[in-house]
Design a protein around this ligand. Sequence first.
Ligand code: G3P
Length: 216
Amino acid sequence: MKFFVDTANVDDIRELESYGLIDGVTTNPSLIKKSGRDFVEVITEICSVTDGPVSAEVIALDTEGMLAEGRKLAKIADNIVVKLPLTLDGLAAAQTFSKEGIKTNVTLCFSANQALLAAKAGATYISPFIGRLDDIHIDGMDLIQEIRAIYDNYGFDTEILAASIRSPMHVKECAIVGADVGTAPPAVIKALVKHPLTDKGLEQFIKDAEEAGIKV
Ligand code: G3P
């Protein structure tokens, strides 16, 4: 499973890149707002920090507007993925971009049928939101499983990019049910490495090494 980091904070992206922990970046307008920076400026900087796919979301709600914005975004760097909303206009834009060879991430997916439509439109990625379904008492992981079954039934190439991941448990379950990618905030990605027995064991080994006078 690939890991994307869901943030527009360039320092966090740089840090995770330095550990070799991430394969790409996803952003959305709320994350851009949180960064307090100019949209194009921050997306350009992110593309200079990572070679992996970088999702940048359009604002237009009509197909023509999405195509114009998406083509502008795609010119920023080769690794741009144009993020489109899961609407009829968004699906039409995804279809055109697919023919033009521009990568797309169809976002705000909350049902298996929506994911089926996105795959038929030739989306590169589909983003089902796990946490936001959990928030309203619907198991977000069931959706990932349903999409996996549907995409496998028909051999769709669209990658399942599990989004709205809120915890290490979400990451593990996504990996078990076969999501292609998980996008998570920096803190969740860093939390994956933590285990109290790792910390305890390491502390003991270092203590014993000192007492034994081990030098490397
Ligand atoms: O980028 C889309 C998604 O990952 C947002 O997550 O936590 O705001 O539901 P969240």
